[in-house]
Ligand binder design. Structure first.
Ligand code: NAP
Length: 485
């Protein structure tokens, strides 16, 4: 029987199997961005609660690390089943606190379940090595062991699946976790604590905190018991956490910002490119790290692509994510709207032409019109800055070399996309793009089976794929001598 929505919306933090309030008793309101209404409150925890959560996670780790891979795989399978059984309630919570449409929310929760199932399978495949030895009387073994307490911090744009990518491999490896979801979307994070309980994960293996980011993050990075920090969020905060974690030399994984190019060559299937463009731009109202930031269209098809993109953008149904048929929900808050507006103002001052959209949606609040801007130029802000909203700037290029140069001209290196029907070009361009993810004739490419992660200032490490569990394991070299052989 699926549990009710209320069962997942705990207004408490989870430390060592106990749901508690903040030491100070202080709370923070959680707002539904579509209606402005308060959904509930969460504890405003800080350094002290974090220290206790880390200690309890360390105690639990001492037992949990000794479980067999098969036991952990079975626990994760149970966790997967709990998520699937409660997909509808979890999607409702996600849509309510984040704003995305129910269709997208269901998809995200499904993706979370898929990560859990994937790592249930990977738990049993963390093989070591027996290496041919240079000495006749010695053997060389390489073993993999869970590294200890993992601290995880996640953003508001994928409040469920960003935690799935961290909690699932950590449990699969035999680690314990202390997680801090984003303050604007905490209930999908808190739900992981409930899911862990329902699946029978031993108490103290999954701990969930909400509250002061700087205090919680400060303790996580400073405390020597934490052996790994895994963060998804902005490059700015990621850099700060890397610096803070240096003091105790922790392993770090960083999934940071992007500036994704989407290249349409003259020889592309334009209709397929437009379909991919709509998905790669407007998913979650443009608020994803892999959303297209810059469309680069070749001269011959430039006008046709701009016109078709604008036509399809106009068809998107904007509304409350929880209403049937909505394709694009509100932006997360008023600051997000102000940021989008200032980028549009900057672009139009510098010669950008608004083909469609360009202003707040008539629904008011934080709803914004899907916007296409033609004549995008390199001096416009979105050439360098992550938009994180529903603006689609379209730049013009003449040659393949110029497109590659423009695409790579950024300090980011997360997702990239290009459309061509020329096989030779497909191989040349995919090789030249300095990005961790490349979609060729596809606009949505994330899947649990593949390693997700950025190059350059977009991050360190991979999530998903068989690579995603490596960061939760220590590699140990053992030399056994005196074998008398
Ligand atoms: P953010 O401001 O960096 O926040 C992310 C998380 O960090 C939140 O939980 C936030 O807590 C916390 N945080 C903020 N300041 C902190 C500090 N001083 N110490 C420790 N933690 C701190 O990012 P966001 O605005 O939520 O998310 C958008 C960004 O995430 C974009 O840049 C996007 O590209 C990136 N992102 C990347 C990926 C990827 O896989 N590469 C995926 C999704 C999003 P509070 O909520 O309490 O402030």
């Amino acid at each position: 029987m699926p549990a009710k929505v209320e069962n997942f919306i705990k207004q408490a933090i989870l430390i060592g199997g106990k749901w508690v309030e903040a030491d100070s008793g202080e709370t923070i309101d959680v707002i539904n961005p579509a209606t402005g209404e308060t959904i509930g409150t969460i504890p405003n925890a800080g350094r002290e609660e974090t220290r206790r959560a880390i200690e309890t996670a360390q105690n639990s780790f001492e037992t949990f690390r000794k479980t067999s891979a098969l036991e952990r795989a079975q626990l994760l399978r149970k966790m997967h089943d709990v998520i699937i059984e409660n997909q509808e309630s979890l999607a409702e919570i996600l849509s309510m606190e984040q704003g995305k449409s129910l269709v997208e929310a269901r998809g995200e929760v499904g993706m979370s379940a898929a990560y859990v199932l994937w790592y249930a399978e990977e738990a049993r495949r963390t093989y070591g090595d027996v290496v041919p030895s240079p000495w006749a009387d010695r053997k060389i073994l390489v073993t993999k062991e869970p590294l200890g307490v993992v601290a995880a911090i996640t953003p508001w744009n994928f409040p469920s699946s960003m935690l799935a990518r961290k909690i699932a491999p950590a449990i699969a490896a035999g680690c314990s976790v202390v997680v801090k979801p984003a303050t604007q979307t905490p209930y999908s994070g808190i739900a992981w604590g409930v899911i862990a309980e329902m699946a029978g994960i031993p108490s103290g293996v999954v701990n969930v905190l909400t509250g002061s980011a700087s205090q919680i993050g400060g303790e996580m990075t400073k405390n020597p018991l934490v052996r790994k920090i895994t963060f998804t969020g902005s490059t700015e905060v990621g850099k700060l956490l890397i610096k803070q974690a240096a003091g105790t030399v922790k392993k770090i994984s960083m999934e940071l910002g992007g500036n994704a190019p989407f290249i349409i060559f003259d020889d592309a299937d334009i209709e397929r490119a437009v379909e991919g463009a709509i998905a790669a731009k407007y998913r979650n109202s443009g608020q994803t790290c892999v959303c297209t930031n810059r469309f680069l269209a070749q001269s011959r098809i430039y006008n046709r692509f701009v016109d078709r993109l604008a036509e399809e953008s106009e068809k998107l149904i904007v509304g409350n994510g929880q209403e049937q048929g909505t394709q694009q929900g509100p932006l997360i808050d008023e600051n997000a709207i102000l940021s989008v507006e200032s980028m549009i103002e900057d672009a139009t001052k510098k010669g950008g032409r608004i083909v469609t959209g360009g202003k707040r949606h008539k629904l008011g609040g934080t709803f914004f019109e899907p916007t296409v801007i033609a004549n995008a130029k390199s001096n416009m802000r979105f050439t360098r800055e992550e938009i994180f909203g529903p603006i689609a700037p379209v730049y013009r290029f003449k040659s393949e070399e110029e497109a590659i140069e423009m695409a790579n001209n950024t300090e980011f290196g997360l997702a990239s996309y290009f459309y061509t029907q020329d096989l030779g070009r497909a191989f040349r361009v995919m090789q030249e793009l300095k990005y961790g993810l490349v979609g060729v004739n596809e606009g949505i490419i994330t899947t649990v089976e593949a390693p997700f992660g950025g190059l350059k200032e977009s991050g360190l490490g991979k999530e998903g794929g068989h690579q995603g569990i490596e960061d939760y394991l220590d590699t140990k070299y053992v030399c056994i001598g005196g074998l008398g052989m």
